[in-house]
Write a protein that binds this ligand. Structure first.
Ligand code: S3P
Length: 427
């Protein structure tokens, strides 16, 4: 489906973005592995999280979902049953990688696949450490690519140093660690999001985090919990950037997750000079949450890279849009991980913003953007990548003329209702 986006006169009012994708996935998974009934509120009804529900139903777990409320009747760590069919994760890397860690320690066979994009994404980063723990996994190119076949085994703990800062890799190993003999330890080059650690702890797991190192003990049991999922800062990011670059904007984003491992976008926008303020904060199920006010801003280009990258990994495409409207040069480095996301996001965002008239150069590990661009609407590709489609829509509300985004329905993967919220009456 093609979506047309053009200039909007103002961007004002209150916004409540949908629930956090990472936390919604984990609520389903950990609820399925716990004893008793887990109640989830604020669940993200995006396609990725719905794929996780479908997979766990096939693994024998009763799950009821009504809009953003979900009930999961967990059957304990050993309560899953052999799926009678292939588990289809759709477009969801989080589902595929985390579930692999869980399935490695079961006493049955599972086969996992997903869409075109997921079958190209690197899986060795997960299958290699899981094999070191004793997992029996095969797949295309010797387990580097899905479909994967996982035959559950008795696992043993490992002490693993991951070459990439990836919460999906870390979480897969920690989940396998729940089933392994001994204490499993994961070290990362930079700290990635820690929602697994926070939520598993609230379910009763023995897990400790010191800097970039996490250790977990095998457990006989996890206990069901009530979870209120905060708004997704990665979805809020589109409105934070739109608010900063739009000349007539004043938005209040309510109930956004502010876990420090995710707030790189706030740091970067503030360094760029954004008129951004966190007006209120509270804690929910161990996660920081708050309201964010963003107003029209005069942004300036900045350089960043290193440890901040995992803290804003999914926001780089929309930061590139912000940089088009900043004064001076923005340079983003150490972001090669973007090449293996739902699309090669360094190349897809650079190619499509160039079509709109942006001055953006793809670097081996990042992007270099010259600011003060005037963009003109064109036909652009989303590559079926939700975050590319939404970034281009934010560019589209600032461009002259009409921007037409191909395959725009992909926004439903993480943000159903995104276009209506962007161009709808916000006040
Ligand atoms: C996620 C981790 C990130 C992120 C993805 C969700 C998670 O991936 O890009 O959208 O829920 O653990 P990596 O940790 O592999 O970078």
């Amino acid at each position: 489906m093609e979506k047309e986006v053009s200039k909007i006169p103002k961007l004002t009012g209150k916004i409540k973005v949908p629930g956090d994708k990472s936390i919604s996935h984990r609520a389903i998974m950990f609820g399925a592995l716990a004893w008793g009934k887990t109640n989830v509120k604020g669940f993200l009804q995006g396609e990725d999280c719905l794929s996780t529900i479908k997979c766990f139903r096939k693994l024998g777990i009763k799950i009821e979902q009504n809009n953003d409320e979900v009930q999961i009747w967990g059957k304990g760590l050993k309560g899953l049953t052999e799926p009678q069919d292939i588990l289809d994760v759709g477009n969801s890397g989080t589902t595929l990688r985390l579930i692999s860690g869980i399935l490695a320690g079961q006493n049955f066979l599972s086969i996992l696949t997903g869409d075109n994009s997921i079958r190209k994404r690197p899986m060795a980063r997960v299958t290699d450490p899981l094999r070191l723990m004793g997992a029996d996994i095969s797949g295309r190119e010797n387990g580097k690519l899905a479909p994967l076949v996982i035959k559950g085994q008795n696992l043993k703990a490992i002490n693993f140093t991951s070459p990439v800062a990836s919460a999906q890799v870390k979480s897969a190993i920690l989940l396998a660690g729940l089933y392994a003999e001994g204490i499993t330890e994961v070290n990362e080059p930079s700290k990635s999001r820690n929602h697994t650690e926070i939520m598993l702890k609230s379910f009763g797991a023995e897990i400790d985090e010191v800097d970039n190192k996490v250790r977990i003990k095998p457990m006989p049991n996890l206990q069901a919990q009530d979870i209120h999922v905060p708004g997704d800062i990665s979805s809020a990011a589109f409105f934070l950037v739109a608010g900063a670059i739009h000349p007539s904007a004043d938005l209040l984003l309510e109930g956004v997750g502010l876990n420090p491992t995710r707030t790189g976008i706030i740091d970067v926008l503030q360094q760029m000079g954004a008129n951004l303020e966190i007006t209120e904060t509270w804690t929910s199920a161990g996660e920081e949450v708050g309201n964010i006010r963003i107003k029209s801003s005069n942004l300036k280009g900045i350089k960043f890279g290193g440890d901040i990258i995992p803290r804003l990994i999914d926001e780089i495409p929309v930061i590139a849009v912000a940089a088009c409207f900043a004064s001076g040069i923005t340079e983003i480095r150490d972001a090669e991980e973007l090449k293996v996301k739902e699309s090669n996001r360094l190349s897809t965002i650079a190619t499509e913003l160039t079509k709109l008239g942006a001055k953006i150069e793809e670097l081996p590990d990042g992007l270099r953007i010259e600011g003060n661009s005037s963009l003109t609407g064109k036909l652009v590709e989303s590559y079926h990548d939700h975050r590319i489609a939404m970034s281009l829509a934010v560019a589209g509300i600032m461009a002259e003329g009409t921007t037409v985004i191909k395959d725009s329905e992909c926004v439903d993967i993480s943000f159903p209702g995104f276009f209506e919220m962007l161009v709808g009456k916000l006040d």
